[in-house]
Design a protein around this ligand. Structure first.
Ligand code: ADP
Ligand code: MG
Length: 266
């Protein structure tokens, strides 16, 4: 049974896509079977995995809007994980879903078909709390929240926490915060450490110990369609995401039942 994580934060530019691509590659390096689901019409996770979004035959749009069997749209990547790709077509689904039956649980239903084939399924969410993100949160067992340590960091995610609460009460009681990840981290900045302390107080052991530093290799790698691990495996960014994958797999080895979920829930 897969562990399904929605990588979500309604703020843009906090490192959701970077985390999805690099964590997927790092979990593969840890011998885990991984599916990454691109649920952002921008298709950045698709491009960053070396798949050309302008040449897709089928995509996450077809799975959500037309109930195409998910296996038909999944493609392999050079980095060893599988990808359900996305492109601009998906922006139509945001609207079309509103009229559809089971509009919140379309992704959850689709993933039932592949639940046994992967250890981890990571869903890259768009920068808003729209119906696409709601689909991700209904399908997931855990939410992984990338955050920059800025002023008002906690305030910035209050809407996300509220949405998670609503989904727990209605469609997906098993949903948890899997972890909060500090991204673009600069320990020399005193504000960063203040905010970091606040996050630690608020989230306790849900705050990952691993911090992802600001690292130019992480920003460069997507233009080569590669995770940092392939682009420059000795870079600080690549090493940090490997550490995160280690932290996550150890956490689940210690508590095997946590974040297991949703197989067969329809
Ligand atoms: P989101 O998906 O939340 O919008 P992205 O992952 O696309 O955010 O990141 C936003 C921008 O910041 C991208 O240009 C990305 O390459 C860059 N970036 C992300 N994480 C880092 C990092 N740790 N160090 C340097 N640049 C980063
Ligand atoms: Mg993104």
């Amino acid at each position: 049974m897969s562990k399904i994580f929605a990588v979500a934060n309604q703020k843009g530019g906090v490192g959701k896509t970077t985390t999805c691509v690099n964590l997927s590659a790092s979990l593969v390096a840890n011998k885990r079977r991984v599916l990454m689901v691109d649920l952002d019409p921008q298709g950045n996770a698709t491009m960053g995995s070396g798949v050309d979004k302008s040449e897709l035959q089928l995509s996450s749009y077809d799975v959500l809007a037309s109930l195409l069997p998910i296996k038909k749209a999944i493609v392999p990547t050079n980095s060893g994980f599988d990808l359900l790709p996305a492109n601009g077509d998906l922006s139509a689904a945001e609207v079309e879903l509103l009229e559809m039956d089971g509009r919140e649980s379309r992704l959850r239903q689709a993933l039932v078909d592949v639940n046994d084939e992967y250890d981890y399924i990571l869903i890259d969410c768009p920068p808003s709390l729209n119906m696409l993100t709601v689909n991700a949160l209904c399908a997931a067992g855990g939410v992984l929240v990338p955050m920059q340590c800025e002023y008002y960091a906690l305030e910035g995610i209050s809407a996300l926490l509220e949405t998670i609460g609503q989904i727990q009460q209605a469609a997906n009681p098993a949903l948890q915060i899997e972890g909060v990840l500090r991204t673009m981290y600069d320990p020399r900045n005193s504000l960063t450490s203040d905010v970091s302390d606040q996050l630690s107080e608020y989230f306790g052991d849900r705050l990952y110990r691993t911090c992802i530093p600001r690292n130019v290799r992480l920003a460069e790698a997507p233009s080569f369609g590669q995770p940092a691990l392939e682009y420059d495996r000795n870079s600080k960014g690549a090493i940090a995401y490997l550490a995160l994958a280690g932290e996550i797999t150890r956490r689940h080895a210690a508590k095997p039942n946590e974040a297991n979920q949703n197989s067969g829930q329809r």
